[in-house]
Design a binder for this molecule. Structure first.
Ligand SMILES: [Zn+2]
Length: 289
């Protein structure tokens, strides 16, 4: 799932390549992706794209005061397209959800971008609204993970008896962090994903804060370096534990382990994070019985 660094990099890419251009047409290929009906998608045609920004993991395209807001969900992505086909796409075929055509710059081919979603579980959501706060998921967002200082993070965690992993990924507490970067942040902070959020010592809180900043800004810098040609998918480099079950931890060499849940999993290093003790994993113990 695209998280804060990926979505911020997409917004930056669109600020450089699409802002200032006029939307000529929007094609909807996946009917279930659109969550609003007023204003209609057709209201965007003929208006200039005036801004691109991010709210948590939501991408917000300001089209002269009408906002096209996108949540890429698990497997959604934005593909920049040179020489877009003019024929309308066939609805319900393939990964295409929405196509935005932009007025070509002088002497250039018509370009624009596709919103796509792989897989059968469709979660990509598109909203056309007068204000981003009309999108329920945006209205509920906590403060942005990159706009907090250590003190504010401490205040946010005070009184929360929930586990760190769930707390960091709860968008109503803190906006922008998902499954991948929460694994990375907790590993860098040398904290157990199951530790209670309100049980951190001052030293642990500072470690968590610094790990959060370094992990997110490092990932953002790597993402920003990507050019149009490489804006192909959600390629993440430099992951230490996330999606690395069974591989050695780059810090200590211990084997990265996993805890599975109904529809997700987390990865961690026992030596770095849990005093060498593996966390209980119901699925694993069932398999081993
Ligand atoms: Zn380790």
């Amino acid at each position: 799932m695209p998280e804060l660094p990926e979505v911020e990099a997409l917004a930056e890419f669109l600020r450089e390549n699409a802002v200032g251009r006029v939307v000529t047409r929007v094609d909807l290929a996946a009917v279930q992706a659109i969550k609003t009906f007023d204003p209609p998608l057709t209201a965007l045609a003929g208006l200039e794209l005036t801004g691109a920004s991010r709210h948590g993991k939501f991408l917000d395209l300001d089209v002269s005061g009408v906002h096209l807001v996108v949540h890429l969900a698990r497997a959604g992505w934005l593909h920049w397209r040179e020489n877009l086909p003019t024929a309308p796409p066939k609805p319900g075929k393939g990964p295409l959800a929405l196509r935005v055509h932009l007025e070509p710059a002088e002497g250039e081919l018509p370009s624009g971008f596709d919103l796509t979603e792989q897989g059968t579980r469709k979660g990509l959501a598109v909203y056309v609204v007068r204000s981003p706060s009309e999108v329920p998921g945006i209205a509920r967002l906590g403060p942005d993970a990159l706009e907090l200082d250590a003190e504010a993070l401490g205040a946010l965690l005070t009184g929360r008896h929930t586990q760190l992993k769930g707390t960091l990924t709860d968008q109503t507490v803190l906006a922008g962090i998902g499954n991948a970067y929460s694994d990375e942040i907790l590993h860098a902070a040398r904290l157990s994903p199951f530790k209670a959020a309100d049980k951190l010592t001052d030293d642990e809180l500072l470690r968590l804060y610094e790990a959060m900043r370094e992990t997110l800004t490092g990932a953002l810098d790597r993402q920003l370096g990507q050019r149009a040609a490489t804006l192909k998918g959600e390629k993440r480099a430099g992951l230490q534990v996330h999606a690395r079950t069974g591989l050695p931890c780059p810090v200590c060499g211990d084997t990265v382990r996993e805890v599975s849940f109904a529809d997700t999993s987390l990865q961690y290093c026992p030596t770095c994070q849990t005093g060498g003790k593996p966390l209980a994993d119901r699925r694993m113990s069932k398999l081993l019985r």
